[in-house]
Design a protein. Sequence first.
Lengths: 82, 252
Amino acid sequence: MTTDTDLEAEIQRLLAEHDRIAEQGITVQRRDHLIVLGGEVESAQRRDEICKQITAHFPDVQITCDIGITRSQAPSEVEEIS
Amino acid sequence: MIRIAAVGDVHVDKDVVGRYRPALEELPDRADALLVAGDLTRHGTPDEARCFAKEFGALAVPVVVVLGNHDHQSDQQDQVTEVLTDAGITVLESSATVLEIRGHRLGIAGTKGFGGGFAGACASNFGEREMKDFVGTSERYAQALEAALNSVECDALVALTHYAPVPETLVGEPLEIYAFLGCYQLGRAIDAAPTALALHGHAHHGSERGRTPGGVPVRNVAHPVIKQAYNVYQLLSDEVDATLVTANKTGF
């Protein structure tokens, strides 16, 4: 049984271990009445899958998704290493 | 002068193919080589490796990579390596390569590395067999990196790992997981050779810049950290101010 205390841990493990997610870089933060998801993923499909699977596994948990899609443009600067 | 492009943690699968390619096609105008610091795939399957090879292969510059923990998830890292190698990508694990670039020799030594922690909060080779195995793994990867770094003769030497060699580039991650993100032994290995630059990934919420105890610049190039297709680092600049400590940015 998932208790209130280990909910974040259970969600973190789901995000890492679920075959269709495999994300270790998502933050899970508790607010008064909801769980806030943060971090960045490589595609919109991955972000949507995260929300879908959390809702399916924890139907009583209200989540809000602040997960972004990492930008992939070419850089405009070079750093000189010395 | 040598310019190195670097990124890590790109986690390529079918849904990502095409996202990086426009920026990668610009690489010959921006850098002499591309280094990828592990987590090339999501689950470490040969199919995903083929997606990575399609996206990051057949570029006009050499591509050198190490694997990450995601690339070991399916226990098919050997097949993943084979797919990448067949695509012309150099995969380093406890090994090194030398690239000839405009009369300079760029040495790159790489390993995935492992966790274990840092000064004040690191695992010890003591107690249960499982703990000894854990710490022994950290030490083996670090010793192999040191040997690889010292095996090459070159003008500029770069260490490429997935796990972090210093805690500075983990700032932003929860302190509780530092021991799973890197280990001090990697930093010690980097300092045991004339390393000019150390690149790693793995810490998505970490910080970009740090230095080893010996003063070697460390850059966390995890994609969520650099927030662009790759960063570019310039080595062997003709006009370097040897007293300069902080990073100096210039435009292309």
